[in-house]
Design a protein around this ligand. Sequence first.
Ligand SMILES: *Cc1c(COP(=O)(O)O)cnc(C)c1O
Length: 471
Amino acid sequence: MKYISTRGGMSPLPFSDVLLEGLAPDGGLAVPERLPQISADMLEAWRGLPYAELAFRVLLLFVKDIPAEDLRKMTYAAYNSEVFGSEDIVPLRPLDDELSLLGLSEGPTLAFKDIAMQFLGQVFEYVLAQRGARLNVLGATSGDTGSAAEYALRGKRGVQVFMLSPQGRMSSFQRAQMYSLQDANIHNIAVRGVFDDCQDIVKTLAGDLAFKAAYNLGAVNSINWARIAAQVVYYFHGWLRATKAPGEQVSFAVPSGNFGNILAGHIARSMGLPVRRLVLATNENNVLEEFFRTGIYRPRAAAQTYATSSPSMDISRASNFERFIFDLVNRDPARVRELWAALARDGQFDLSGELPNFSARYGFVAGTSSHADRLATIRATYERSGILIDPHTADGVKVARAFVEPGIPMLVLETALPAKFSDTIEEALGKPAPLPPGMEDLAQRPQRVETMECDAQLVRDYIARHAGDAA
Ligand SMILES: *Cc1c(COP(=O)(O)O)cnc(C)c1O
């Protein structure tokens, strides 16, 4: 199993090499040369496996350059009750007679990104040790990604993390979660600016090739292939928990932003998992819903991206989308290059000729949700079932309802816990979300953060001073 670029300009590389890269050298994204196929017998043999073992079996199909026993150690170190609070790792709970919740947010930062990041932390440390290399991870976050990366990489040998966040723009919970980490290899930098300013600084420094090479800068952003591979696992897990017999179909509803989560569902389905529908839910930032409705992909400018109450889905362009388009055009890299050239030239591309395939061939359907929908859904869910859901999950629940079919379980992916977005819970219910056990004192813990003016040079100097710190 080797990896190629969606734009055709990269000679095939093994897993460990694409792990440490961001974009492919030709500007495309790494994808498997061909997808492994799962038979019904294999699936049946996986019933009842603990999550860590299932993760090992699935990831082994994608990772051929690491000895199997080492890979198994990593999945068991990533997915256990110490990290995820219980043996379930990803619990499946019925919400009502139509929907169930697939609980992806039991990890240390209460959002689904923990699942992929915990594996990434293990495999980064392993590969760096093998190569005697060090890595300086530089990132920008508006909340969930940065904290998940920090909790996964804290104390890892050979890795320093430099995470930029916009000063005063995250929720107090998110701030407390990140800034209370005291590990020597975690560096929180609060920039006097907005998220886009932080992102610009990252782009400036990562674009300075001499600096990037001298300090071995790396990224853990949503295009990282290892994150996608780790996310494929929970679609298998959800299917295995929701079905009893071979061939039974399940639908998944996915609150979406950068198209990383639902792309993993598309991959699982393409591997032969009996998935009926992949229901893509967006908030008011409906670039992806528009695509699945019209066939036209039209990313928005930052200024046209709304700040909503499901902020982790506030995206203007979906960074993983190219991987799906690659499949949609029958894995023709020349077509992908053409489409992305059109995007650069015209600000959009048109695949409306493929519209019938979206659902019939790939199972994709889509819908949107608004602030009022989120509030109403949080309230109705709580009143009906006593279960409190977060605003992102509420977008998923709202959109899922429209696509429920008799006899086919609909699993809504719970992408965060409500405590993380308590302001909106309070707006919906008149009371805040309870803090999970062990986190009651989070706001009181001492915080460690460096505040800086919005200036790439200051960040560059800071990295130069701290890149060698022992982890
Ligand atoms: C990141 C995130 C999303 C969006 O996931 P994508 O993989 O970017 O589509 C949805 N909900 C929450 C809570 C998130 O943190």
